[in-house]
Design a protein around this ligand. Structure first.
Ligand SMILES: Cc1cc2nc3c(=O)[nH]c(=O)nc-3n(C[C@H](O)[C@H](O)[C@H](O)COP(=O)(O)OP(=O)(O)OC[C@H]3O[C@@H](n4cnc5c(N)ncnc54)[C@H](O)[C@@H]3O)c2cc1C
Length: 446
């Protein structure tokens, strides 16, 4: 049961993103369209990075007969409309919080998998010769207030001591000299490894390679009923019924019925919003000393994330809006436009050409969830990337394929990633919890 406006789930509607205008179309025969009736060994629900990567690896590495069912066109969900920050870590815990909860060893194993996840995206694009418009070297974590610089110092020390990652820290003047300046720039930590990319090019690239490997990918195939018939699962879409021995749930923030309650009631979909300007001129870029292609995110609890795109458009993202109504979408867009111009006054005249939004997936455990249901081990899941799934989701899809194919075992998954999301008390109140949390963070950020 979702509290968001129905239009957020209307997979017949385009997201309205810049990416939809600039990504090459899929070649004919990759998206097979409505699934009709049929059988397979593994059915995947959800055609984003998680599902497409799982389909690719199941077909290519395990020769498993796999069908993927996606409600919209392939990549319709968050994977085709995100900000394109290929970064780590996929969690809503601080690094210190991660170590406190799981201990140094498990925390390290988790972060190591996510370094591997970023490397996977880069090497996939290189090996398959897919132009994902890779940009930048590292991600800047920017202190939005002077007091936050101290936190960045602690983060730098922890990264080096516990995780063996050397992340250079720059004071305000150095950031202004090397990267950019703004009213909310008080120094920054440069997380190495990360980069920016074109998210829909990446999603469509995964789809093309998965289809070539033999996976059958069905867009416009929303699963509207899910039943058990003996050892088989029966997944009904408007065009027929697909039966499968095993199912992978890869629906992340867009999860809703008929997904198992053990997953659907435990996730917290949160809205992320993006606006994009027209291409900025040389003098506008100079007005903010902008000279970096690296993606940036600031230290607000309700963070702003931003990057300069290859054609010099500026992408600016923020979390917020707890209803998903078209009216609140407009309000959010106006708020973001105002904040963009306050933070970067040199771009006061740069009109906004695109705006869109979608769901990221949070949970009480604050880290992703990968595994199989105890009550029915033929149902696998990989979701809950906490707003950071560009690297984590395709990696998790590959791990899910390895679990299904028998190459990986659930007890070997690092603890922060292993098993179902934590139960949320009174899940029907999730919309209210979220409103309260957003209000609290908004106050903390002031
Ligand atoms: C605006 C925005 C900005 C973001 N920016 C970043 C970023 O810069 N960096 C980053 O790392 N992460 C970012 N994220 C998060 C990231 O995009 C996701 O974590 C990632 O794409 C998740 O991939 P996925 O395949 O698991 O889910 P999705 O891509 O959301 O795919 C799930 C799919 O399941 C389908 N589905 C749901 N129910 C059914 C059903 N019943 N039948 C069939 N199909 C169904 C949906 O249609 C959807 O396409 C952002 C997300 C948003 C919304």
């Amino acid at each position: 049961m979702s509290w968001y406006h129905e239009s957020m789930y209307d997979a017949g509607r385009a997201a309205g993103s810049l990416w939809e205008e600039t990504a090459p179309q899929l070649a004919p025969g990759i998206d097979l369209g409505p699934a009709g009736d049929g059988n397979c060994d593994v059915a995947i629900i959800g055609g984003g990075y998680t599902g497409l990567s799982a389909a690719l690896h199941l077909a290519r590495d395990f020769s498993i007969d796999v069908r993927l069912l996606e409600a919209g066109p392939l990549g319709w969900g968050a994977s085709g409309r995100n900000g394109g920050f290929c970064t780590l870590p996929p969690m809503a815990l601080s690094l210190g919080g991660l170590v406190a909860r799981y201990g140094g060893e498990e925390a390290r194993r988790f972060i190591d998998t996510q370094r591997e996840a970023i490397a996977f995206v880069r090497s996939f694009a290189e090996t398959e010769a897919i132009d994902i418009e890779l940009q930048g070297e590292g991600e800047l974590h920017v202190a939005h207030a002077p007091s936050r610089f101290v936190e960045l110092e602690k983060e730098r020390d922890l990264l080096s001591r516990v995780f063996g990652i050397d992340a250079p820290l720059y004071r305000r003047e150095e950031v202004a000299e090397r990267f950019y300046d703004s009213r909310e720039q008080f120094g920054a930590l440069l997380m190495p490894l990360s980069f920016g990319l074109h998210p829909l090019r990446f999603a469509r690239g995964l789809a093309a390679v998965a289809a070539r490997a033999g996976a059958r990918l069905h867009g416009r195939s929303p699963v509207i009923r899910w039943e058990r018939e003996g050892q088989r699962h029966r997944l009904t879409t408007p065009s027929g019924t697909i039966t499968a021995s095993r199912v992978l749930v890869a629906t992340n923030g867009f999860t809703r019925e008929p997904m198992p309650d053990a997953l659907a009631s435990r996730i917290l979909p949160v809205m992320s919003n993006i606006i994009v300007t027209r291409p900025l001129t040389e003098s506008e870029l100079a007005a903010q000393s902008w000279r970096t292609e690296s993606p940036c995110a600031n230290t607000r609890n309700l963070l702003f994330y931003y990057r300069l795109l290859p054609d010099r458009r500026f992408l600016f993202g923020a979390r917020g809006d707890t209803t998903g109504t078209p009216e609140d979408g407009l309000r959010m867009r106006r708020y973001m436009e105002r904040r963009l111009r306050e933070v970067f006054p040199g771009w006061a005249d740069a009109e906004i050409t695109h705006s869109w939004r979608g769901f990221v997936c949070m949970g009480l455990r604050r880290t992703p969830s990968i595994g199989a249901l105890t009550a029915d081990p033929s149902v696998f899941f990989a979701l809950g990337y906490h707003g950071n799934g560009v690297a984590a989701a395709p990696w998790a899809g590959r791990l899910a394929a390895q679990l299904i194919g028998g190459k990986a075992k659930i007890p070997d998954i690092p603890l922060p990633l292993r098993g179902k999301p934590a139960a949320i008390p009174f899940p029907s109140l999730r919309g209210w919890y979220l409103r309260a949390a957003l209000g609290y963070y908004w106050l903390m950020d002031r």
